[in-house]
Design a protein around this ligand. Sequence first.
Ligand SMILES: Cc1cc2nc3c(=O)[nH]c(=O)nc-3n(C[C@H](O)[C@H](O)[C@H](O)COP(=O)(O)OP(=O)(O)OC[C@H]3O[C@@H](n4cnc5c(N)ncnc54)[C@H](O)[C@@H]3O)c2cc1C
Ligand SMILES: *[C@@H]1O[C@H](CO)[C@@H](O)[C@H](O)[C@H]1NC(C)=O
Ligand SMILES: *[C@@H]1O[C@H](CO)[C@@H](O)[C@H](O)[C@H]1NC(C)=O
Ligand SMILES: *[C@@H]1O[C@H](CO)[C@@H](O)[C@H](O)[C@H]1NC(C)=O
Ligand SMILES: *[C@@H]1O[C@H](CO)[C@@H](O)[C@H](O)[C@H]1NC(C)=O
Ligand SMILES: *[C@@H]1O[C@H](CO)[C@@H](O)[C@H](O)[C@H]1NC(C)=O
Length: 531
Amino acid sequence: MKFPSSPFQLAILSILSVVTVSWATSDPLVNIDDFLQCLSKQSQSTSSIHAAIYTPQNTSFQSVLSDRIKNRRFSTSTTPKPLAIVAAKHEYHVQATVLCAKQQGLQIRIRSGGHDYEGLSYVSHVPFIILDMFQLQSINVNVAEKTAWVQSGATLGQVYYKIAEKSNVLGFPAGVGPTVGAGGHFSGGGYGSLMRKYGLSIDNIIDAKIVVADGRVLDRKSMGEDLFWAIRGGGGASFGVILSWKLKLVSVPAKVTVFNVSITLEQGATDVVYKWQYAAPLLPKDLFLRVRPLQVNSTGRKKTVKVSFIGLFLGRINKLLPLVKERLPELGLQRSDCFEMSWIENIVFFADFPIGTPITTLLNRTNGQPSFFKAKSDYVTKPIPKRVIESLWKEMIKIDNFWMDWNPYGGRMGEIPESATPSPHRAGNLFLIQYYAVWVEEGVEAASKYLQLSRKLFDLMTPYVSKNPREAFQNYRDLEIGANLDNQTNFQIAKIYGSKYFKGNFDRLVRVKTMVDPHNFFKHEQSIPPV
Ligand SMILES: Cc1cc2nc3c(=O)[nH]c(=O)nc-3n(C[C@H](O)[C@H](O)[C@H](O)COP(=O)(O)OP(=O)(O)OC[C@H]3O[C@@H](n4cnc5c(N)ncnc54)[C@H](O)[C@@H]3O)c2cc1C
Ligand SMILES: *[C@@H]1O[C@H](CO)[C@@H](O)[C@H](O)[C@H]1NC(C)=O
Ligand SMILES: *[C@@H]1O[C@H](CO)[C@@H](O)[C@H](O)[C@H]1NC(C)=O
Ligand SMILES: *[C@@H]1O[C@H](CO)[C@@H](O)[C@H](O)[C@H]1NC(C)=O
Ligand SMILES: *[C@@H]1O[C@H](CO)[C@@H](O)[C@H](O)[C@H]1NC(C)=O
Ligand SMILES: *[C@@H]1O[C@H](CO)[C@@H](O)[C@H](O)[C@H]1NC(C)=O
């Protein structure tokens, strides 16, 4: 092992010498004090790590735990809690946490933005600690080089804001939720309204820094191309802790155009959605046109579905209007529906804030009170027949506040080979569906009602979506997709969810995992297993 001789890294060296291979036969009775002592040992020789450690004895433990919980299903009195949270303030805190947890046979969960749909970044069913990355949020934009180094704890909103601060003609292709964390989002693929022009986030990431199971910090050069391939879409939490990413920024015009046209079923939404399936994936790369059907249940009115057609065009209104008129005249897009703005203002618009909201809102990391939700995903390769869309609405109307996103593929997405990154869903897909059930009622009964309804709707779609395997998007994590039969080994189960998320890339992910973490220190319910 070769270390640069900074004091931080020297401190890690002293830990390394303490660490033995005892974790392989670890004691099931985990002693958190030994873990904390291990961390302390390291703080004697460096600045204090104490200010980064929260145990249930610290008054702010609960708020640090719950501030970054995005799904209330995993924030109840019965949700298992961590023994401690290490909210790393320096990169060597990450190294120390990995080494000490390994030494004590303690499982870690890595959290950046906390948006994991199944709470895997902050819940485990064995004794565990959370390694929280939220204090590592620096962003360095280099306009001349058109790159940015971004620490994992930064949010997408911060990333976009910092880029815009330096240039109004540079952007980055990633998701729409401003509070989503760079750590989980990029390692899971990352897509948003620039995907048809530039692909996924991972298609535009050119370097990274990671702490691997033996405590070393590696960059692209020292980790090698296999591991660098794996962490861009294969899920970081199987391979190590990603400290930071280097993004290749992309060009955006000084003015873009956005619109959001809503049509109810009564106004003929079904026909427009049906036609959209043919038009949207073939549109020029500069136009991203998403469909968002939403169940509406306004008091005193009949329950129905309202479909929003939300668009981003990398150009001006004058060019957009004739294009939509030619390709999807059914939408009836008017000049008055369209708004020209800077690219950064479009980010605020897509995040559902009213036009005119200051862009500083993107820096707000505070989550409101989270709701309970369950999401699922599907890839569609053939247009869905009109009668099926109609029966989909019928099911949807039964589920209060249920919504979907239909995100068009094609464009750049169709040009990138399936094996270029672990994320295989490329050419041949018309669109990705996200199903999203959301509720506010507390208790297991309400949860099981909504879970059942969403499964029913998902089952209805089986014949009309991808098959063998029925593919799924890793950033929309869904624990229901790994059929969990008692007679299956963990590896057989992993092969099920692995082939849905990664198709043929699963085998290469297993090879990389076996090479970098053969003892499976970095694991969770849907991680990549070693052979
Ligand atoms: C409101 C909302 C909007 C969203 N919009 C989009 C969208 O437009 N496009 C899209 O693609 N996705 C979207 N997502 C999904 C989102 O990309 C994923 O949930 C993503 O994994 C969240 O990353 P995170 O850091 O916030 O989550 P976390 O819960 O912190 O992490 C998610 C997973 O990544 C692991 N992980 C986190 N940080 C690290 C790290 N530093 N090193 C290694 N592993 C790590 C965690 O252990 C966990 O397994 C959205 C989610 C929400 C809730
Ligand atoms: C938590 O409490 C311990 C013990 O009092 C203290 O050393 C530590 O600094 C506290 N952590 C934080 C983040 O304040
Ligand atoms: C939806 O409508 C039903 C009555 O049809 C009502 O009982 C329910 O509370 C409404 N839900 C919401 C979230 O408004
Ligand atoms: C689009 O309009 C719908 C319906 O009015 C609304 O619920 C949604 O928040 C809007 N979305 C965006 C991105 O503006
Ligand atoms: C930040 O977001 C939270 C949650 O949505 C909101 O309650 C709060 O008012 C926002 N703060 C600012 C300064 O906008
Ligand atoms: C496991 O059980 C299921 C159903 O009981 C059966 O269909 C399947 O073949 C079994 N698989 C193995 C590997 O034994």
